[in-house]
Design a protein around this ligand. Structure first.
Ligand code: PLP
Length: 374
């Protein structure tokens, strides 16, 4: 049975963000939650902990070891124990890294269009954003990065999303090596969000930044929260390069304190027992990407989309439709909730982000409604 086979009626009983925010006649293909059941091993691990009252504070390195075993099996690379620490979740790890390693007023580089909390974690904590947008083909702009690093507002840090949310770009080893070299040369702390690491289409190579020799000054924020749909269970990891000890030393007090025991248990079970499952998820997501491509060509030719192998998200360019706000149009006229491109950068109001981690029937209905609304 397909993993993405839950019906709309079943999904509407959920109490989490995705299915609650909008009216019951709206199909929600927005926030990055997946519409599937949990892996039985995760259910068992959490249930056992509840049954036995194993609900205290987390202790030990089980999550870190499960990550290291996965990294070795999946990517042929294993961080040493001192390179991994636990975090509350990915955004709190990034916050702790930036607060501990940069000063108020410092500049931090991001690549719009990019995940909205990247803007908030910088501006909300009195740092300045330096924007280095992705190129027109959705890739890192290495020349523009170098210009930003050497410009008048030389940044203290660069916050990279890998794979990239929202457009799904998977950075190559060469690109990451070039980024690593630039950061080392200009003394820029490289912070890499790898929460989508395992979410790549079958046959696609994901390169963990810490497998790149030139990027050993980097620090990674990782969590099983996205790959295994465990946002309900807060936990995550900091993983540092061999030459990034200072970035760990500078972490503020309590940076490791907020990991939850249940999160650690759930994430560890996922990493230990559900590796094949996440690969199966991506087989279905890849099929959903093909389905979306066909539906757009057939029903919505005015929407242009360059499929990319990372994430279960589709970044759709609606410029040709001539709408004021595509997101608002589709919400009010099609009763379909997508993410507004402006949340990923002010210049992206003609884009919407669609979440493809759902049943094919829901994707088909969504595109039908969008087409009918025009
Ligand atoms: C790039 C990226 N980073 C971080 C997060 C959130 O992670 P966490 O809940 O662990 O803070 C998300 C969630 O969608 C994401 O897409």
């Amino acid at each position: 049975m397909a993993l993405f086979s839950l019906t709309e009626a079943e999904l509407r009983t959920r109490t989490s963000l995705k299915w609650q925010v909008f009216d019951p006649d709206v199909l929600p293909l927005w926030v990055a939650e997946m519409d599937l059941h949990q892996h039985p091993a995760v259910v068992d691990a959490v249930t056992d902990a509840m049954r036995t009252g194993d609900t205290g504070y987390p202790w030990g390195t089980r999550y870190a070891e499960a990550y290291a075993d996965m990294a070795e099996a999946r990517w042929g690379w294993r961080p040493a124990p001192e390179q991994v620490r636990r975090s509350g979740d990915v955004m709190n790890a990034i916050l702790a890294l930036l607060v501990g390693n940069t000063a108020e007023g410092d500049h931090i580089v991001i690549n719009p269009p990019v995940y909205p909390p990247f803007w908030q974690v910088i501006e909300g904590y009195r740092r300045h954003i330096t924007q280095v947008p992705l190129t027109a083909s959705g890739r890192l702009d290495l020349a523009a990065l170098e210009a930003a690093f050497t410009g008048p507002d030389a940044p203290a840090a660069y916050l990279l999303c890998s794979p990239h949310n929202p457009n799904g770009t998977v950075h190559t080893a060469d690109e990451l090596a070039a980024v690593g070299r630039l950061c080392a040369e200009h003394g820029v702390l490289l912070v890499v969000d790898e929460i989508h690491a395992v979410l790549v289409d079958p046959g696609t190579t994901f390169t963990p930044v810490l497998t790149v020799p030139e990027a050993q000054h980097a620090v990674v924020a990782f969590s099983a929260g996205k790959g295994w749909n465990l946002a309900a269970f807060k936990a995550g990891l900091f993983i540092r390069g061999t030459q990034a000890r200072a970035a760990f030393d500078n972490l503020p007090p309590l940076a490791n304190q907020s990991t939850s025991q249940m999160g650690t248990i759930a994430h560890t079970a996922a990493l230990r027992h559900a590796q094949g499952w996440v690969d199966e998820v991506m087989v279905e997501v890849a099929a959903n990407k093909r389905l979306l491509g066909e539906l757009l060509a057939d029903r919505l030719p005015g929407v242009s989309w360059t499929p990319a192998p990372g994430t279960y998200l589709a970044w759709l360019d609606c410029s040709a439709l001539g709408l004021d706000s595509p997101r608002n149009h589709f919400l009010t006229r099609a009763r379909v909730a997508l993410n507004d491109g402006t949340d990923f950068g002010a210049d992206y109001g003609q884009f919407v982000r669609m979440n493809l981690a759902t049943a094919p029937a829901i994707i088909t209905e969504t595109v039908e409604r969008m087409a009918a609304s025009l």
